[in-house]
Ligand binder design. Sequence first.
Ligand code: A3P
Length: 327
Amino acid sequence: MTNHPLFAMAAAQSESNHSGVPEEGAEGLVAEARGAWVLYQGCWLRPPAAQSVMIVQEHFEARPDDTFLLTFPKCGTTWLKALAFTVTNRSCHAVTGDGHPLLSRHPQDLVPFLEAPYRQLHPLADLEKLASPRLLSTHMPLTLLPPCMSSLGCRIVYLCRNPKDVFVSLWQFISKVNADYTMDKAFELFSDGVCPYGPIWEHNLGFWKKSIAESDRVLFLKYDEMMAEPVKHVLMLAKFLCVPFTEEEVSRGVVEDVVHLCSFDKLRSVPVNSSGVTDRIGGVPMENSSYFRTGKVGDWENHLTEEMAKKLDAIVEEKLRGSGLMF
Ligand code: A3P
């Protein structure tokens, strides 16, 4: 699978940076490439991620007590990982302790990423060694998730964000390593749904509907709302993760301590997050600090023209119409 010819073709197309003619391929891959992405089962992915997704779909063995942190890229994955890790591990790692793992490890590395690039080199068997209940993360849309996750009743914390802020965050992130990813080019692609794990509206809608149908299994969160009321959301998260705060913890201010430890300013200042370079995407080493840019709601206003904002709003509104989901 790792040397699947369709991936080689898609990778070549992606490198030559032109739209390929859609062509039905094996295993659900449509060998259509745009920008750096290939379309796999209706979802745009970079070839290394698509390969890893295929491996996960075939070989990942879920457990009924697994919880998945599920995000579209740039919606606050790093923050959610920090919060969920801190909340679930607070009995062994005191939130205010000097030795807390968040002070020495990047939040991205504290919760394993299911479709990590090069899964062929980093076997899923490593995840089998983890003790239950496991906390895992993924960016996969509902349609790509391995069926065992649903049949076993695994729980999902889904975090989404205003698509205009997601676009700006993504463009800033990718353009650091790809000079061709200009604002105009990125916007055209994003508006067509072409970006990692895109289209974003399909991603959001899938989990929105699931959270309505199975509210005990899917907790649907919005970045903007979490930023506005972090304490309320940490309480909600802990309850959903089956580790609710006791009254005594609440009165001691532990919830506020969690919010502080995982805050943008605190995490950004930790040396392991403010320095160094790591390849978490697959062949694209990124500065650890690039996961901490502004951490603001509404930063799109500083980057998008009025016309762009209106266009994206109109697309998103049309795609989400009737669902009850709004940004
Ligand atoms: P901006 O680029 O808008 O600043 P992800 O973790 O999914 O890659 O998302 C990255 C976005 O989350 C970035 O947004 C980043 O600054 C923001 N972020 C990272 N850590 C955060 C935190 N602790 N609190 C709030 N936002 C955070």
